[in-house]
Design a protein around this ligand. Structure first.
Ligand code: ADE
Ligand code: ZN
Length: 340
C-alpha cells in the first residue's frame, strides 16, 4: 500500500543517520560525464541515459564491475570533494544529520591516485558539509576483500598519516569466497591503532560469515547481514547482544538479494528485536538515497510510524557519535516521533 501522508511527513522530518554509504556509489551519471570531460576520458557510454540503462544487475559482481569502472573519472582532490559534496547536499535534503562514509582506497591507488588525494578531498567536503548544513560525518576505510591480505596491510600502512581522520575500517567487494578469516590479522592491527571495526557480511555470503565477522574481526556492526535468518541461533545472538545491522533495502532489490521488496526480512528482523537500520549503500546505482529507502521499505512492508521512529533511533544508537551527541539526537528523534 502507498504510504499515507502522515508517514510520508514523518519520514521527511525524522533526523537521520546514514551508516552504510559507499561514497564512490554516489557518483551520478551526470557527474561521471562532467568529470570524464574534465579529464579527457572517453566513457564506454553514449549518454547519461545509456549509463542508467546499463544499471540492470543480476548479482553483486555484475554491479561491482560497473562501479569500479565508473571510479576511473575520479582523479584529483577536487573530484573527491565534488563527489562527497553532492552526496551531502542530497543527504541534507533527506534530513540526514550524521553520515559515516565508506571509501575504497584500493580502487584509486591501483590507478595511481594517491590515498592522500582521496582522503583530503573527502575531508574538504566533510568540513564544508558541517559548515553549510550542520551535518557531522566520519570516514571508514574499507579493504577490498577480493584482493590479498597483504594489499589490505599496505593500504592500512598508507593511511597511517591520516589515522586521526578515520573512524574505523570496513570490508567490502565480492563476498563469496572471501571470508572474514582472510582479514583477521589486518583487523587486529587496525583495532590496535584505535580504529573501530565494521564489515559487510551476509549480503550474498552465508550466515557463517556474519558469525566470523563478529568472532574473528570483532566488528561492532554488520553491514547488510540479511542472511542472518538462515541461522536462528545467530538471530537470537544479534538480539541478545544488540548488534546493529546496516540494511540497504533498495540495494538488496537491485542486486537480486531479494526478488521483491515485499519479501524482504527487514520487518521480521525489526519485530524480532534485531537492531536494524535503513541505508542507501550505492544510491546512484540503486535508484534511491536514504529517504527513498525509508519510503520504499515502509510501503513494501507496511512499517508503522512507531517502527520508522525505531529505525531512526537504531541508527543514532549504532553510530560512532560521541555519547552526548547521541543522547541529544535521540531526544530530537523522539520529539519528532511524538508529533507523528
Ligand atoms: N561495494 C560497494 N557496494 C557494495 C556492496 N553492496 N557490497 C559489497 N561491496 C560493495
Ligand atoms: Zn555496501
Amino acid at each position: 500500500m502507498p504510504i499515507d501522508a502522515a508517514r510520508e511527513r514523518l519520514i521527511q522530518r525524522l533526523p537521520k543517520v546514514e551508516l552504510h554509504l559507499h561514497i564512490e556509489g554516489t557518483l551520478e551519471p551526470e557527474m561521471m560525464f562532467s568529470l570524464a570531460a574534465k579529464h579527457g576520458i572517453k566513457l564506454p557510454y553514449a549518454s547519461v541515459e545509456a549509463v542508467r540503462a546499463a544499471y540492470a544487475f543480476h548479482d553483486l559482481q555484475s554491479f561491482l564491475d560497473l562501479y569500479y569502472a565508473g571510479c576511473d573519472v575520479l582523479r584529483d582532490r577536487r573530484d573527491f570533494y565534488a563527489l562527497a559534496m553532492a552526496y551531502f547536499t542530497r543527504a541534507h535534503a533527506d534530513n540526514v544529520v550524521h553520515a559515516e562514509l565508506f571509501f575504497d582506497p584500493q580502487t584509486h591507488t591501483v590507478r595511481g591516485v594517491p590515498i592522500d588525494t582521496v582522503i583530503l578531498g573527502l575531508r574538504d567536503a566533510m568540513d564544508d558539509a558541517h559548515r553549510r548544513y550542520g551535518i557531522t560525518s566520519d570516514l571508514i576505510l574499507c579493504f577490498l576483500r577480493h584482493l590479498p591480505e597483504a594489499d589490505a596491510f599496505a593500504t592500512l600502512d598508507a593511511a597511517l598519516p591520516y589515522l586521526q581522520e578515520l573512524a574505523g575500517v570496513g570490508l567490502d567487494s565480492g563476498e563469496r569466497g572471501n571470508p572474514p578469516a582472510k582479514f583477521q590479522r589486518v583487523y587486529a592491527k587496525a583495532r590496535s591503532l584505535g580504529l573501530r571495526a565494521v564489515a559487510h557480511a551476509g549480503e550474498e555470503g552465508p550466515a557463517a560469515y556474519i558469525t566470523d565477522a563478529l568472532d574473528l574481526l570483532h566488528v561492532e556492526r554488520i553491514d547488510h547481514g540479511v542472511r542472518c535468518d538462515e541461522d536462528p541461533a545467530l538471530v537470537a545472538r544479534l538480539v541478545r547482544e544488540q548488534i546493529p545491522l546496516t540494511v540497504c533495502p533498495l540495494s538488496n532489490l537491485k542486486l537480486c538479494v531479494v526478488k521483491d521488496l515485499r519479501e524482504h526480512n527487514f520487518a521480521t528482523l525489526l519485530r524480532r528485536g534485531v537492531v536494524v537500520t535503513i541505508n542507501s549503500d550505492d544510491p546512484a546505482y540503486f535508484g534511491g538515497y536514504v529517504g527513498e529507502n525509508y519510503r520504499a521499505t515502509a510501503e513494501a512492508l507496511d512499517l508503522t510510524a512507531a517502527e520508522l521512529v525505531t529505525c531512526a533511533e537504531n541508527a543514532a544508537r549504532a553510530s560512532f557519535l560521541p555519547a552526548q551527541a547521541k543522547t541529544a539526537l535521540l531526544s530530537k528523534i523522539r520529539a519528532v516521533g511524538a508529533h507523528a
